[in-house]
Design a protein around this ligand. Structure first.
Ligand code: DAH
Length: 348
């Protein structure tokens, strides 16, 4: 009997070594513990044994059964673990692989500048307003003190859409008219208006037939050039740095009297003179002045009571200076390479 048990154990050890699948475990269970299994057979002739022999055979066969059951369940667990590992390995997601590249967009550089001016203006008590790009000659010229035939119209010769009453606005100044007409002596008025403008022009590094302006208007009591100068100074310093100087140069615009050109000391040479400022030390960024009494009267504001100043910046001009852009066409040609340069410039 003992020999039989030894044989079963030895055979089981060999079988265990060769088993490598759950099916093998199943077959081994049948082979050893099944109805006709090797362990079951140990007790097949119990009937013919004496009580003492029965005891011994019973003990031995129970012990063998426990041994086999234990070994087989160990084997089953081992194979289960192996299969799980295999499954995990085959279903593993390799997170070290590079993912699909998603291009991240950046804000348009002109838009960014406009928003910067807008939030600055809002902090100074201005409202941001918009006007239409298709405008009436009446608002674009006539009520701005530029009657038909006025020679100053030539500088802003623009695109007429029907006969001579509707046009693509040549400046954002008509928004001044629209705002005053809507508000009729509701003061103070403090607005800025960014937007596209169109006029016949050369298309080169510094000119474009379409460009962007940022218009400003204040109507209140006792407004003087000093208020305009202080406002311009704050805007210039906030946009270009505390060390920027500003100056007025006498000029002419039909809708302001007196009129001035707005100059900022050159960001490149600090005022000494270089090729960017053409040796003058100054860069012109727009026009401005004290609102002409005719414009106030045209819009229903008694010019004996009300005063105001107005300004118009070239938005591309400001952005070119801020980001060191030398060609205005950069804003319109959608060259994605420039976006990286601007990003870098901004991070400096
Ligand atoms: N509209 C002028 C232009 O396009 C710019 C300008 C000058 C606007 C003086 C103003 C101003 O409001 O007061 O050239």
């Amino acid at each position: 009997m003992k020999e039989k048990v030894e044989n079963i154990k030895n055979e089981l050890i060999k079988d265990l070594e060769n088993a490598n699948a759950l099916l093998d475990v199943q077959n081994l269970k049948v082979k050893y513990l099944g109805k006709k299994g090797l362990v079951t057979e140990l007790t097949s002739n119990m009937r013919d044994l004496s009580i003492d022999e029965k005891k011994e055979v019973g003990m031995l066969s129970n012990e063998t059964k426990n041994f086999v059951t234990h070994e087989l369940s160990k084997l089953e667990e081992k194979i289960n673990n192996l299969e799980l590992e295999k499954k995990l390995a085959s279903e593993k997601i390799d997170i070290s692989l590079p993912s699909t590249k998603v291009e991240v967009g950046v804000e348009n550089i002109l838009e960014k500048l406009i928003e910067e001016v807008e939030s600055l203006a809002l902090s100074m008590g201005y409202d941001v307003v918009e006007g239409p790009e298709v405008e009436k000659d009446l608002y674009n010229f006539e009520l701005l003190n530029l009657p038909k035939g006025h020679p100053a119209r030539d500088a802003q010769d623009t695109f007429y859409l029907d006969s001579d009453t509707t046009l693509l606005r040549s400046q954002t100044s008509p928004v001044q008219i629209r705002t005053m007409l809507e508000n009729k002596e509701k003061t103070p008025i403090r607005i800025i208006c960014p937007g596209k403008t169109y006029r016949r022009d050369d298309d080169d590094a510094t000119h474009s037939h379409q460009f962007t302006q940022i218009e400003g208007l204040i109507v209140d009591k006792d407004i003087s050039l000093a208020n305009l100068k202080a406002t311009f100074d704050i805007i210039a310093k906030k946009l270009f740095g505390e060390d920027r100087e500003t100056r007025f140069r006498p000029s002419f615009y039909p809708f302001t009297e007196p009129s001035v050109e707005l100059d900022i000391s050159c960001f490149n040479c600090g005022g000494k003179g270089c090729n960017i400022c053409k040796g003058t030390g100054w860069i012109t960024v727009g026009g401005a002045g004290i609102v002409h009494h005719n414009v106030l009267d045209n819009c229903g504001y008694d010019s004996n009571k009300w005063t105001g100043f107005a300004f118009g910046f070239g938005a591309e001009r400001l952005a070119m200076l801020k980001y060191g852009i030398t060609d205005i066409r950069t804003f319109y040609t959608n060259d994605l390479r420039t976006k990286e340069n601007f990003d870098r410039k901004d991070a400096e």
